[in-house]
Design a binder for this molecule. Structure first.
Ligand code: FDA
Ligand code: NAP
Length: 448
């Protein structure tokens, strides 16, 4: 359990898969006889572990191989792997017989819960970090080697301060709504879907609409079609039809650990090529299987002479108004961008996410963090924000580094390796300059 008085070597902010993977990396470093174990604490605002719980739809599957779990790419012999979890659950033979690289999100969630239970001593749930600052009375020019995190704990939001030599920010993606749409009891973002759905009287949902042409939108449209047989489901998509996520082997190489170096050390032109050619591995695209499921439902409708699944293609939402009990949605429709208004009982905006944005948490510390010409954080290869020399403690990012480290920044593919690199960097910097140079040479970091 944590000691409330101590200064931790590492405090992680947010405890999704990224910082869970880091907690395991630190645990494994400790187990391998590190002389002075790295002390760490992970603060998570949710009351218990949860990985996009509101999108744990019954048939949703993972979008990466189970081998890209929390550890395997860093340490294939780890006891925290998905295979170790299957073995512990007595399901390894059954899983193998299923011959499928892509478990359901529900099963992967169980794996993550199993893994977090083994590092429970390092985690505090119900603890939201509200800001990070220098210790009181520190004059910036003196050089700060500690940071203070302000934390709101529990339902009563009791305040508490935690000290750290390094922080690892991993607060996740930020839901994005269409301009002119506010969330309310009948206008939801996909990130709150299941929670809101369970609390709604389904009989009232006769005309429902799902906005977006990404994986979240397609999965929710399929779910609503199956769960609400009395309802018409309108899919409002900006494309002509759902486009498939490129999951082919050569394209998949952009998620390999080595692709991070190619992106990080590449030219502007290289980076641009990653995005131009490979955005369709992840954004605004849908797994082939889900597209076919939806098409089959739409075709069955035609055969039966009904239109339960209606595709409003080449259509964008431009605004949402409440009109009594109705949700009135303004749309730009079709090839001529004709303006229309339609009423729905429910509008689900599966309109994606913005990248992780640590500026709010950093507050006054932000002025020690250097930015590039485009105003984005400069980040070293070891995921540490480049700071002015007087800030000697490390601020690391897990997420929010698409501009420096590429597409895996917000995904699971490179978690195991990335968190190992962060752990290496923290350990090396603590060990002192000599060891630091050696380890950083290996992982390509800079000594600030
Ligand atoms: P994640 O968002 O999981 O965790 C951040 C945590 O920080 C949250 O638990 C949050 O509560 C907490 N937090 C935020 N602010 C805080 C604060 N101030 N104080 C304390 N805690 C705070 N990728 C992939 O590669 N394969 C896949 O199959 C999927 N599947 C998938 C499904 C769905 C529905 C979504 C929306 C996304 C995916 N992704 C994905 C991408 C996704 O970003 C990725 O799977 C992980 O969630 C990234 O893990 P993180 O820990 O970085 O963020
Ligand atoms: P996304 O891929 O960013 O898709 C958002 C969609 O919303 C895009 O089609 C976008 O169109 C559209 N959109 C935005 N504003 C709109 C508007 N005003 N009107 C109409 N459409 C609008 O987001 P996502 O589907 O939530 O996926 C995010 C991440 O989660 C991805 O990494 C995805 O793989 C992952 N995910 C995984 C699973 C799973 O593992 N099973 C499930 C869900 C999500 P434009 O592109 O034209 O703006």
């Amino acid at each position: 359990m944590s000691n409330r008085e101590q200064t931790y070597d590492v405090v992680g902010i947010g405890f999704g898969p990224s910082n869970l993977s880091l907690a395991i990396a630190l645990e494994e470093f400790g187990a391998h006889g590190m002389e002075n174990e790295i002390s760490s604490l992970f603060l998570e605002r949710q009351p218990s572990f949860g990985w996009h719980r509101n999108m744990l739809l019954p048939s949703a599957t993972m979008q990466i191989s189970f081998l890209k779990d929390l550890v395997t790419f860093r340490n294939p012999t780890s006891g925290f792997s998905f295979i170790a979890y299957l073995h512990a659950s007595g399901r390894l033979p059954q899983f193998v017989n299923n011959q499928d690289f892509f478990p359901t999100r529900q099963e992967f969630h169980q794996y993550l819960e199993w893994a977090q239970a083994q590092v429970a001593g390092r985690i505090e749930y119900g603890a939201e970090v509200t800001s990070i600052r220098l210790p009181s009375g520190t004059a910036p020019q003196e050089g700060a080697d500690r940071l203070v995190l302000e934390v709101a704990e529990g339902a009563g939001r009791t305040g508490r301060a935690v000290e750290a030599r390094n922080v690892v920010i991993s607060t996740g993606l930020v839901p994005s709504m269409p301009a002119g749409a506010e969330r309310d009891e009948r206008v939801w973002h996909s990130s709150e879907f299941l929670d809101k759905y369970r609390r709604t009287d389904h009989r009232e949902l006769r005309r429902v609409a799902v906005v977006g042409a990404g994986q979240s939108a397609a999965e929710i449209a399929r779910f609503l079609y199956d769960e609400l047989p009395h309802a018409q489901v309108s899919a409002i998509i900006p494309s002509y039809g759902y486009a498939v996520a490129d999951d082919t082997p050569f394209a998949n190489r952009i998620f390999d650990p080595s692709a991070v170096d190619d992106y990080y050390f590449g030219t502007e032109q290289t980076r641009e090529s990653f995005w131009r050619y490979h955005r369709n591995t992840n954004y605004s695209v849908v797994d082939d299987e889900v597209i076919r499921d939806l098409y089959r439902r739409s075709y069955d409708d035609e055969v039966r002479g009904v239109t339960r699944l209606q595709l409003l293609n080449l259509t964008r939402v431009t605004g949402v108004k409440r009109a009594g009990a109705e949700t009135r949605v303004s749309l730009q429709v079709g090839p001529d961008a004709e303006l229309r208004e339609l009423d729905f009982d429910l509008l689900v905006c599966a309109t994606g996410y913005d990248g992780m944005e640590p500026t709010g948490l950093l507050g006054e510390l932000d002025r020690y963090c250097l930015r590039d010409e485009a105003g984005r954080y400069r980040v070293e290869r070891d995921y540490r924000i480049v700071t002015t020399p007087e800030l000697r403690c490390g601020i690391y990012l897990q997420g929010g580094t698409e501009h420096t480290h590429g597409l895996t920044s917000s995904l699971l593919s490179n978690l195991a390796v990335r968190s190992g690199e962060i752990a290496d960097s923290i350990i090396a910097r603590r060990a002192g300059y000599g060891a630091e140079r050696e380890v950083l040479a290996k992982i390509g970091g800079d000594i600030a």
